[in-house]
Design a protein around this ligand. Sequence first.
Ligand code: UFG
Length: 330
Amino acid sequence: MTTILVTGGAGYIGSHTVDRLIHHGFDVVVVDNLMTGHRQAINSKARFYQGDIRDQDFLNQVFDRESIAGVIHFASVSIVPESMKNPLKYFDDNVKGTITLLEVMHKHHVKRIVFSSSAATYGEPKRIPIKETDPQIPTNPYGETKLMMEKIMQWSDQAYGIHFIALRYFNVGGAKLDGSIGEDHSPETHLIPIILQVALGKRSKLQIFGDDYPTKDGTNVRDYVHVLDLADAHILAMKRLLNGGHSDFFNLGSSTGFSNLQMLKAARDVTGKPIPAEMAPRRPGDPSTLIADSTKARKVLGWSPKYDDVHKIIGSAWRWARKHPNGYDK
Ligand code: UFG
């Protein structure tokens, strides 16, 4: 059995990927410091080590004990507005964490890594949809850390032969279809879970951040991708590297844009709840429109998203939210 180490495997995207890896017959080791992740989110067939990837001794112990063939690296902090307020936390967690992980991989001759990059590396795009070759000029520290991670990977490939696939996610949503695992951040800042908290009556209303953007209805436009489709893209990317594939970059999105107002309407349709909302000022660091050109992932990785519809994304997130109105812990 091929053993894959998943860093951040207790987090939202990480836990869904662990679940899918096990479904696909991989042996899975999870490392997570549980700062934002949830122990209960990790599939019970995975072996779990609690610790921080910036702790080299801890990581060395994990690599000594396990025969790791490849790494899928999620562990990072990922809240755009928080990164605007506290950029150094982002450089420390995301950049330092990646450097330490690569050092330990190099020491243990582990040469394959798939990792979470972001549409946030593009900043305010010059053209839509965004292609992998388009300029990367982040508008927030979070995106900057992801761009730095990509560059660190490129030089590490050249020097140490560590092959990587960088997956640039657009906006991820949804949950495992049985509602057993899902998105649980504290505090929550993402649009879909916040809308659903209003639908559940846990918040009084949604605030829509800005209605004066140069978009069709003035609100930001984003490209939503289902977390299960995203998880499968990681498995395809890892298989590609395990089969000798070289380093590469892929956008992962649906190639369709939805405005914040359209998302609100879709959520009202899915939940049947009124979901009160009001307009609020722009949120610093938000690009106006982000839509992926994901042709390359479809062609090269053979990625074919199954839940390519915001109603399905919101519907699965709604199932999770109703089953777990207080998230994992309560
Ligand atoms: N929004 C609101 N009200 C809220 C929350 C969000 O109007 O209460 C808006 C935001 O302003 C934005 C949109 O909803 O226009 C989506 O916001 P999210 O916070 O859900 O997601 P972001 O687009 O800011 O960021 C997400 C990920 C990042 C990633 C980025 C790439 O969190 O990690 O997508 O597209 F980099």
